[in-house]
Design a protein around this ligand. Structure first.
Ligand code: VAH
Length: 314
């Protein structure tokens, strides 16, 4: 059985649905701190309330399921983390420790844990950011992801736990809303284009950030989890890239469908976070070690996003 912790989140909900397609609904236990609002998530397989800060919740599950894989996706993201630094650190770090220790106890075969481009900071080279480079994150979220990567590498080398990780760029999907990220504008903009024909962007027009369409992120995650362990040469977390764009460029892409769509810019506190992150990422290691290849670029993502959002809204 597979356990997905944080199954109600932007990534967790899509990953849970995909894993259930692949392994059968009954074999994928979705867990989160609250019940899913999404019907397809509720109806496609077992759901359990789990607070990852309560190890007892995890051991209670182990008395009812035999877990072979765990996807630990519960975390506080960059923007929300800055509003509540101590709690963000506690949830992101103690949550990870509880899951890593639980996985060791239960002899879980494989663990997945997401990192992020947020592990990079102002001194990191911002173009073609290398797999191994300076990392001076200045958000609590980024600090917790950097520390988490070190611990995943440690649990692999010291205890032999097969934990695998990807440094996601901003993720964009139509099935679930993001929660508390700095890259969330790139999801909001599609919803607003349909709802209002205009979008007030909280980042400035030339803010270039690495981004990825959700189907590519899901594929990368499952590809990484399915390759033989000896191909996984990076046990901290792999750089992963698909595209980089600015708010102005995504607006232009939307205007190919809605010529009257307009965008205005009112940068807020998230601008400083975005300015500390890379603009483009070198993901050669992922391509060489386990054959990573993205499928979507900005325009094919826009075409697919608008197609699905129109269908869902009508
Ligand atoms: C965030 N969406 O904005 C997340 C992600 C690279 C960005 O880590 O915090």
């Amino acid at each position: 059985t597979i356990l997905v912790i944080g199954a109600c989140g932007q990534l967790g909900s899509e990953l849970t649905l995909e894993l259930r397609e692949m392994y059968g609904g009954a074999h994928v236990v979705a867990a989160d701190i609250q019940y899913p609002k999404q019907a397809d998530l509720r109806e496609s397989g077992p759901f359990e309330i789990v607070d990852v800060l309560t190890p007892q919740h995890l051991s209670d599950l182990a008395s009812r399921y035999q877990f072979t894989q765990i996807y630990h996706l519960a975390a506080i993201l960059s923007a929300t983390g800055e509003k509540n630094p101590k709690f963000a650190w506690r949830l992101n770090m103690d949550g990870l420790f509880n899951v890593l220790d639980f996985a060791l106890e239960q002899k879980v075969q494989k663990v997945y844990w997401p990192s992020s481009i947020a592990v990079f900071g102002p001194s990191t080279p911002r173009q073609n950011t290398p797999q191994d480079t300076i990392m001076d994150p200045n958000t609590v979220y980024g600090i917790s992801k950097q520390a988490g990567e070190r611990w995943c590498d440690y649990y692999f080398n010291k205890y032999g736990l097969d934990v695998r990780s990807l440094r996601y760029p901003g993720l964009i999907g139509y099935k679930a809303l993001p929660g508390g990220g700095t890259t969330d504008y790139a999801v909001d903009i599609y919803h607003q284009a349909l709802a209002k024909g205009t979008y007030k962007c909280f980042l400035s027009e030339h803010t270039r950030l690495p981004m990825m369409y959700m189907p590519d992120a899901i594929k990368a995650t499952l590809d990484l989890m399915h390759v033989p362990a000896e191909k996984v040469k990076v046990r901290s977390s792999y750089n992963l890239a698909a595209m980089s764009f600015t708010p102005q460029e995504i607006a232009t892409s939307i205007q190919r469908h809605y010529p009257d769509f307009s965008i205005t810019y009112e940068p807020d506190a998230r601008q400083q976070i975005a300015d500390s992150w890379p603009q483009t990422i070198d993901d050669r290691a992922a391509r060489q070690d386990w054959g990573w290849r993205p499928k979507y670029d900005l325009d094919t993502m826009t075409d697919d996003m608008l197609l699905h959002l129109k269908r869902i809204n009508n």
